[in-house]
Structure formats: C-alpha cells, structure tokens
Design a protein around this ligand. Structure first.
Ligand SMILES: *Cc1c(COP(=O)(O)O)cnc(C)c1O
Length: 412
C-alpha cells in the first residue's frame, strides 16, 4: 500500500473519507443525486439564483459579447468594462467607496488578510475567531504574522487578547454569519473594540450577502453598523449571488492598496465575464425584490420550528444555516446516507471543517423551498436519526463547539 492509499484508508477508518456525489442538472431546490431525486438541503445557492432565468441569460449574453474568459490578470491585459461595472454596483450595495473583485472567496480572504498584515509590518497581530472559515485561517498562515485565536464570538476574550498586545498593529478578522453554525458575530461590539484598540477590522460576509439585513445587504447592515467602520468587507459571488468569484468592499485607498499588493488578485486570471454578468444580474434581482431575503428567513424559521417539533435541539440563531450537531463523524455520515434514502440531501460535515466531536448535518435552507418540503424534510431527518440510533434530543448545542481549542487554526 502506498502512503497515499494508507492515508485514505486511515481517513476511511476514522469516518472522515470524503467523496463527491454526482448531481445531474442545475443546483435547484431539488436535484438528482447519484440517480436519485432528492430535496437539496445543503447548497449555498440560498436564493435559487444560480438557476434563475435572468441570471442564466445574463451569463449567456456576456459569453457572446465578452467571451468565455478574461484572458489574464486585470493588471496585465486590462480590466474589462463588465468587471468595473460589477465593482461599482457591489460598492454601492455594501455602502463603501469601492470594491475589488477576486477569483473566489478563498482567494479574497487569503489575499486580504495577508496583504493587510504586510501593510503594518512584522509586528502585526491577527485576531481571528476560533470558528472562522478555512480561507481566513489560511490567510493568517500566509501572513506569517502572529495569530491570536479568540473564543468563538466572545468579545470579552477578544478584549483580553487585544490587551495582551497593546501598542502593536493588529487586524481583527471574523465571519459575519458563521458558515457551519449559522450564528452571527457580535459585529457592533467588535467594531467598538477595533476602534478602542486602534486595529483594523475585516468581516467576511460570505453567508450574509444577499441573505440578511435590509434588501439582503448583509449582517453588517443588519446590525446597523456603519460600513466605513469595517476596513474590508469580503463577500462571495458564489453563494447567494449564484455565480462564482468574490469581492472586497472597502475605501478607495484600501482598494488601491489591495490592487497593488494582494498576490491572489495580481497573479491570477480575472473572473470570467459570464460569471461577472451572472453576479450583476443576481444583484439586480436581490435589490429589486427584497422578498428573496425575507422568504429565506421565513423558510429558515419554518425548518427550525419543524425540527424542534421532531425533538431536535435547534440553536437560537435565525439565519439560513441550521446545524444538527451529532458529535461522532461516522454517525453523522450514517444519518446523512439514511436521509438521502428518504429523499433529503443534507451533507454531513466532519473534522477538520468543524471541531472534533461536533460532526453535524449542516442544513442550508433556500428561498425556493416550499414550507411543505421543509416540514417533510424535518420528518425525514428525524426518521434517519432514529434509524441510525441517534436520539435527536441528545445533540450537543452549538455552544459545545465553542472553546479555546481551534483544530482548524491548529491543523497543519
Ligand atoms: C465559502 C466561504 C468562503 C469561500 O468562498 P468561495 O467563493 O467559495 O471561495 C469564504 N468565507 C466563508 C465564510 C465561506 O463560507
């Protein structure tokens, strides 16, 4: 057995082996998964815009008008007018002076965090929430700055960490809506701490953009926080906006700085025109029709209520992401497989994506689900859990995932 095969066998033994499932057709609220029709309950295509007619047509038109690819980095062969237009629209959507496109959210986070850490010199400290997305964690690693991981959403601990390093330049970085727990960072308090200690603040709105706040403007707008108080707002085009790519919304100076220093922007081909046009069309729809965000929230409440009636412990947050914490990785996989047999696809999420002992089914509601579908899904999930020998009520509450240890930050 080669070392690769051995490593794969180890993952299998630990219940951590990953495989891709095959979906035929678009990522709608129902998909055909490995040949079986199921309700899709784990997509980040929250508003159903990836398969929206207007979004598809915009992508197709852009392919004809601008071509399939951007050809090079925008710093090499020039930016296309469509990239500019999307940046202007995103800046006005987020209430910032400027926005800069990146190839993906992963690239945006690694680029922004490392570029900012370089700006303030080798003494910089990055303060990162324990449950931040892997791309932020990798940005911290790339920055080679000292990284201090604070307890999840714990502003007392964040304050304590800041006090340990007073006088040194710093960057606080946090998800707004946490990707695997669906809870929301205490943004107003974090902004106040950033001001008090004179450090920069980066907020990742990957799961907030299009989903919460007035007209889906995000969690920062929802919290009533002045966008100018956040140095960089990162968002992706790949989730609620149904396309692919990402952006950093910020001041004009910051945009200029990122354009000059973020290697993920400089040394990578610009997002393809069809993706940019699709995001533009999706943004139009979100702004035109505020019912996208409200329907998403209403659906999240419907599923939460239905799950609670089935005996599941559902955390208090109100976002479209609902974790059913199971604990054991193999058990989470078993429940996932049984639910698929029952016609509901909710992917099991295991370490290192989530901390050890907190494997879960991460449910993601879409605005295009019907209430009947969501109620039925809750019943299917309860049956699957029971069949797998898991009593719904024995789930760990989300708070159990919180703690100083952060396998995601620690993992090599
Ligand atoms: C998905 C995600 C990203 C990465 O975005 P992509 O555009 O998919 O690369 C970044 N941050 C968070 C919180 C995410 O969930």
């Amino acid at each position: 057995m080669s070392d690769l095969e051995q490593r794969l066998a180890d993952l299998e033994d630990q219940g951590l082996r990953r495989r891709m499932r095959l979906v035929s057709g678009p990522q709608g609220s129902r998909v055909v998964l490995d040949g079986r029709p199921v309700l899709l309950l784990c997509s980040n295509n929250y508003l159903g815009l990836a398969e929206h007619q207007r979004v598809r047509e915009a992508a197709a038109d852009a392919a004809m008008r601008y071509g399939a690819g951007a050809g090079a980095s925008r710093l090499v062969s020039g930016t296309m007018s469509i990239h500019r237009r999307l940046e202007q629209r995103l800046a006005s959507f987020k209430g910032t002076e400027a926005a800069v496109l990146f190839g993906s959210g992963y690239l945006a986070n690694t680029g922004v965090v490392s570029a900012l850490a370089t700006a303030s010199g080798p003494d910089t400290v990055v303060y990162s929430d324990a449950l931040n997305h892997a791309s932020i964690v990798d940005g911290c690693r790339l920055a080679r700055a000292q990284t201090v991981v604070y307890d999840h959403c714990d502003t007392d601990h964040l304050r304590w960490c800041l006090e340990q390093h007073t006088g040194r330049p710093g960057i606080i970085v946090t998800d707004s809506v946490f990707s695997m727990d669906g809870d929301v960072a205490p943004l107003a308090d974090i902004v106040a701490l950033a001001r008090e200690f004179g450090v920069r603040l980066v907020v990742d709105e990957a799961h907030g953009t299009g989903c919460c706040g007035p007209e889906g403007r995000g969690a920062i707008a929802d919290a009533g926080v002045d966008p100018a108080a956040v140095d960089v707002i990162v968002g992706t085009l790949g989730k609620a906006l149904g396309s692919y790519g990402a952006f950093a919304a910020c001041s004009a100076t910051m945009a200029d700085y990122l354009t000059n220093t973020a290697r993920q922007l400089i040394f990578s081909t610009a997002p393809p025109p069809p993706s940019v046009a699709a995001a533009l069309a999706a943004l139009d729809l979100v702004i035109e029709d505020p019912s996208y965000a409200t329907r998403l929230q209403a659906n999240a409440n419907t599923l939460r209520d239905a799950l609670a009636r089935e005996g599941f412990e559902v955390a208090g947050a109100s976002t479209q992401i609902i974790p059913l914490i199971v604990g054991d990785a193999a058990l989470a996989m078993r429940i996932c497989e049984l639910a698929i047999e029952g016609g509901v696809f909710a992917q099991a999420i295991r370490p290192p994506t989530v901390p050890e002992g907190t494997s879960r089914l991460r449910l993601a509601v879409m605005a295009s689900h019907t209430k009947a579908e969501l109620r039925e899904a809750a019943a299917v999930l309860a049956r699957a859990a029971m069949q797998a020998g898991f009593r719904p009520a024995s789930g760990l509450p989300v708070a159990a995932t919180q703690g100083p240890a952060s396998p995601r930050h620690a993992a090599a």
